[in-house]
Write a protein that binds this ligand. Sequence first.
Ligand SMILES: [Zn+2]
Length: 399
Amino acid sequence: MYRLFASAALVATASAVTTNFTSTVDPTKINIPNTPQTTSYDVSTECTYYAPPVPIVPTDWPSNWQVATSNGMNTSAEYTALYNSINWGSVPNIQPRTLGPDGSLVRTGYDTVNDPDCWWTATQCVTPKAAGVLKDISACPEPETWGLTYDDGPNCSHNAFYDFLQQQNLKASMFYIGSNVMNWPYGAQRGVKDGHHIAVHTWSHPMMTTLSNQAVLAELYYATKMIKYVTGVTPLYWRPPLGDVDDRVRWIASQLNLTAIIWNLDTDDWAAGTTVTVQQVQQNYQNFIQAGTNGTFASKGNIVLSHEINNMTMDFAVQNIPNIKKAYKNILDVATCMNITHPYVETSISFAAFSGGSSSNGSVSPGGNGSSSPNSAASGTQANAALAIAAAFAVVAFL
Ligand SMILES: [Zn+2]
């Protein structure tokens, strides 16, 4: 009887919207072939096109790096069914925002005192005011815990970086862009195989609050669908590009059961060499590392925003992680630090419960596939990984 009730409740939640997420990939049995692209530390070799492990028919998807309503997706039967399965009468009445001539969000006229829309960009609000909206996660609750997160992957040149994380026995929350998963499917499969916590970072990385309801839904839907199609997991968490989220966007994400993960420390690594100096980013890292021992995080943890957007940002991580390990009790992906044992729809993958112990993360096991790794042939030493990233430093700029 209890089982009957339990499964009925599950169905009620899952059938709230009409989704078409399918995959032939078993996420507990991902097998990545050893190819130059999956093993090399040379950027141009890693980033050479390869045939995807699952057929990707371009007409089935939004155009790569275009807003996800492109390529006729907004009028497809699949998307129309999805859109019509949502009760839009309940969406918060918030108008899409606009971008100024410099490309930044126009905040003029917004009431930042009362913050009626819980607009993070304006106020860093993470507690929604609208009904029926999932609340953001913005910090790991455990003391002296560093929430390890990397945005904008999978980056085709991340082999050395992922090998480094593997050698350090570290798992991170990886926020993947749907268009990047489409381009570099083995890169995404590597993230799942290595036991990282995979989450959604939209299809084309727009400022989400500027989009129509239709486009917000498409950005989240097709990115989630692509991650599921390529890796076999359906994420339940997402991160808005540049943190740009309000209650309208949150409400739409909530229809897909997606909870936003924000951050409370920003390394600014992606901007190094442009709007901030490399030295400033390094100083940010040093400040955050010191905060691990000076009492700042004596009663709580953080979530740190960093990127796998290029070799420079990955190199910052490689250089600083040894000191982060010394300064913090735990370095954890966000699912683990929040004790979220099922961060995906698929229950075949469980993340071990975190008891707040003093040891660094090593407890996450994606469905028992941690034994033989085809990538082990590519694993150099930690120094080699750092060296390879440093050598590639000025070569690649993605975006
Ligand atoms: Zn991003």
